[in-house]
Design a protein around this ligand. Sequence first.
Ligand SMILES: *Cc1c(COP(=O)(O)O)cnc(C)c1O
Length: 424
Amino acid sequence: MKNYKQRDINGRELRPETLMMSYGYDPKLSEGAIKTPIFQTSTFVFESAEAGKAFFELAYGLRAKDPKEELGLIYSRLNNPDLEVLEDRLTLWDRAEAAAVFQSGMAAISTSLLTFTRPGDVVLASEPLYGGSDHFVKHVLPNFGVTPVCFKAGHPISEIEQDIREQVGDRRVSAAIVETPANPTNALVDIQDTADLVHSFGSEEHRPVLIVDNTFLGPVFQHPLKHGADIVVYSATKFIGGHSDVIAGACLGPSELLSEVRGLRTFMGNMAGPWTGWLLLRSLETLKMRMTAQMKNAQYVASFLAEQPKIRTVHYLGLISEDDPMFGVYRKQCEAPGSLISFELDGGEAAAFRFLNALQLAKLAVSLGGTETLVEHPGSMTHSDIAPEDQRQMGITPGLVRISVGVEYYEDLILDLEQALAAV
Ligand SMILES: *Cc1c(COP(=O)(O)O)cnc(C)c1O
């Protein structure tokens, strides 16, 4: 490639998976090294006092950026080459103008929410949410005078809109956080309809933002910005990292909103470090291959599970039937079913535990999206913070098991599942 921000050849746009090995990195700045070195440094030397002053003017928004001017390197809590290259590459999948990486998915989610909410505001939230997000919205935001109004995934927005409006009353809605497909049930939320609802709470002076947690299908198989979302957040610990060896998060969206998020990140101090950036750059090169291989395996695994007499229901997007009210939503916003499956065993928690304890290949661990297959029990693990009553309403039953399918040979996985089911 002639230039490190080149995205096309003779005007034909190149795909993100093609650009993951080059985009945003100029080897000339690093002795010709083909890979981005790890810039393990906390601070950067200014060429002159004037250059230092100019960098700070931009970083602190004291003057507008010249169109050709690049943000200078100052200090690794503000920016670092590994993180900048990573942010540039992440924007490509979601066609976002800008990205910000964080120390964890929770850092990305909490910082985004805090950026856009103020005391007295309402935040809308879909249910179920990832346990940490659920806790942040229901137990942390209220300490800052922000009230959550929750609604269930899996229902058309038109059915629940009235109830949401009544609960909001005349308070200001500043943000909504939605997870779709939802963890752990794969319940869907219509992104476009939610965006329309959220934006309808805006006024001349204030536009509420829709934040979509795209961890389950993105960034390869779902692109919420295309469907009206304002901000996309990720636990990069999951598919983006993909090897269960790093904790990280990301937030993407239009430059205008992202500069606010980055501003708060600077002062919360929850920027990721260069080593995390380097690991994620390496992971991004194989992201599409991994997610595609995992999805193919998941399709085999889900078909197998669906035929088992001891299993009551299998929640997998690849099995969603045409008469399901969510089928239209699936077709509209998901490009593939991904590799997360949950299923309900007959016999409640006791049966689920017998199954989990009998597995030999699949590992009993929380987290997901890695190369190895992981299984867990949402009711007593990832979602144990949620009251049993509420769990049941969200479809998190005592017999529910979640499986994140990895890249192993699918017949080996099915062999393991089959022998563990026999133990139930
Ligand atoms: C894991 C996860 C998170 C939290 O990410 P961390 O990197 O663990 O902080 C948020 N949302 C979803 C959907 C997740 O699966």
